[in-house]
Design a protein around this ligand. Structure first.
Ligand code: NAD
Length: 489
């Protein structure tokens, strides 16, 4: 790990990466952001605003409206009104708007990537190469489905649900918004969406893009606020579906709130994935996969490979290579294109991570962190691993949502399957082996919605994503991601 020198943030400077060819835009943040309701930015009836902070500098980036009950009523009303026309448009017409959104997002990728890094703390390299291109790819993909719903669901007469309330987390702000809005619109629904309170700025930028795309007023409404605002959306009587991505704890609250109503739901919740290294794995590649699995996006990843299982015979070799690799990870300014690990998203999340690190030490686990100093200002956590870990230790059983890896060993396939499945979560897993038959055997026995083989954290709009057990229900992505936004005769 090397220390990066402090770089002053000049929002109008030229960033050293290739912008989308058409882009000439500069990054300009407003001082104050209002709610986007009925195709316009409107002041909140609540009169309240909250601050969104740059986690790298602890400075206020902007003030953002906090929607209250009256604002949510207006947003739902506007979505309901828009649904009358939007649901009557042909799939081809709806598809045209969604394609336009995808193209505009591609053109302005640079702006979105910089704002994502500023507001969320994620490395610009990840925002630029992964989050924003993938978000745009989701709009492209679902635009293609808009006029093919009858073929996707033959003889089932698919129809839109109506108004959907969508609530997203802070770890992939733009990507999670795309996962939600694109299939909902393709299926003919209208939307009220609330981004997470610590990362609202790219969703609000997207609202500007909706205006530029000529999306009819009220088809997507973006409201901002804390959990209270989300609860108002969930409980609103004129909402037909709740699509939620966030913690298992809040997912449970939402499921209780909609129990006994006709509201549909999809829940994309937490995870504690097993990343399993067999002795016959390509070890160097596997070490990269471990690093990507847990340190990508500071470990703020629902499907992070946060539990590492190494076959005993290669334990020493893997550990040596892993520690060497961790020493070379660059922790620092998210706007530096060489940064590997950016800032922790908020002070609150840093406190959670620190608490888990302390609990690992208190429970007798052995901690390793690479050498090097962290920046003085901002919220930071060194890439961290723990050995001498037992299944029952908190760091091995609870979701930390930070760059902290809990390592255990195993001898046999049966042993590692039992250990990997011994969790209330079931979102994802990784297997590293050069034996295809072993991989296939494992995938059928792992209780995980996604299983990666000899790779990790790979996403594609065509591929469904979602969990089992306390990781949620329903799928996002692929044709499977359309179904929860439709009803059938
Ligand atoms: P969170 O549950 O605290 O918040 C998520 C969103 O829900 C935010 O917008 C928040 O304002 C809102 N919210 C909070 N309380 C609410 C309530 N009572 N009613 C309605 N809305 C409410 O989660 P977070 O800390 O923002 O995100 C981290 C969590 O998200 C992790 O557990 C992670 O695993 C999960 N996640 C899951 C996936 C997935 O696809 N399965 C993807 C990303 C993140």
């Amino acid at each position: 790990m090397t220390k990066k020198k402090e770089i002053a943030i000049d929002l109008n400077s030229n960033w050293e990466f290739e912008p989308a060819p058409e882009s000439t835009a500069h990054i300009k943040l407003k001082k104050k952001y209002d709610l986007f309701i009925g195709g316009k930015f409107v002041k909140p009836k609540s009169g309240k605003y909250f601050k969104t902070i740059n986690p790298t500098t602890e400075e206020v980036l902007a003030e953002v409206a906090e929607a209250g009950q009256e604002d949510i009523d207006l947003a739902v009303k506007s979505a309901r009104k828009a649904h009358k026309e939007w649901s009557k448009l042909s799939g081809k017409e709806r598809g045209k708007y969604i394609f336009r959104i995808a193209r505009l997002m591609q053109e302005r990728a640079r702006e979105f990537a910089v704002i994502e890094a500023l507001d969320g703390g994620k490395p610009i390299r990840e925002a630029r190469d992964i989050d924003i291109p993938l978000a745009s790819a989701h709009f492209f993909y679902y635009a293609g489905w808009a006029d093919k719903l009858e073929y996707a669901f033959p003889n089932r007469k698919p129809k839109s649900l109506g108004v959907v309330a969508q609530i997203t987390p802070w770890n992939f702000p733009m990507l999670m918004v795309a996962w939600k809005i694109a299939p909902a619109l393709a299926a003919g629904n209208t939307v009220v969406l609330k981004p997470a309170e610590t990362t609202p700025l790219t969703a609000l930028k997207l609202a500007e893009l909706f205006k530029d795309a000529g999306l009819p007023d009220g088809v997507v409404n973006i409201v901002t606020g804390y959990g209270k605002t989300g609860a108002m959306m969930v409980e609103h009587p004129d909402v037909n579906k709740v699509a939620f991505t966030g913690s298992t704890g809040v997912g449970k609250i939402i499921m209780k709130a909609i129990a006994g109503t006709t509201k549909k739901s999809t829940m994309e919740l937490g995870g504690k994935a097993a990343n399993i290294i067999f002795e016959d794995a390509p070890i160097d590649q596997a070490v990269e996969g471990i690093v990507n699995g847990i340190f990508f996006n500071q470990g703020h990843v629902c499907c992070a490979g946060s539990r590492l299982f190494i076959q005993e015979s290669v334990y020493d070799l893997v550990m040596r290579k892993l520690k060497d690799r961790m020493q070379n990870l660059v922790v620092g300014d998210p706007l530096d294109k060489n940064t590997d690990v950016g800032a922790i998203n908020s002070k609150k999340q840093l406190d959670v991570i620190d608490k888990y690190i302390k609990s690992g030490i208190a429970e007798g686990c052995e901690m390793y962190q690479p050498e090097g100093e962290l920046p003085k200002k901002g919220y930071w956590c060194k890439p961290t691993l723990f050995t001498n870990v037992a299944q029952s230790n908190k760091i091995a059983s609870e979701e930390i949502f930070g760059p902290v890896l809990a390592i255990q060993t195993f001898r046999t396939v049966a042993e590692v399957i039992a250990k990997a499945n011994n969790t209330p979560y079931g979102l994802s897993a990784g297997i590293w082996s050069d034996k295809g038959s072993k991989v296939f055997n494992m995938t059928s026995k792992m209780k995980a919605g996604v299983v990666w083989a000899n790779t990790y954290n790979k996403f594609d709009p065509t591929s469904p994503f979602g969990g089992y057990k306390e990781s949620g229900h329903g799928r996002e992505g692929g044709v499977q991601g359309l179904e929860p936004y439709l009803k059938f005769e």
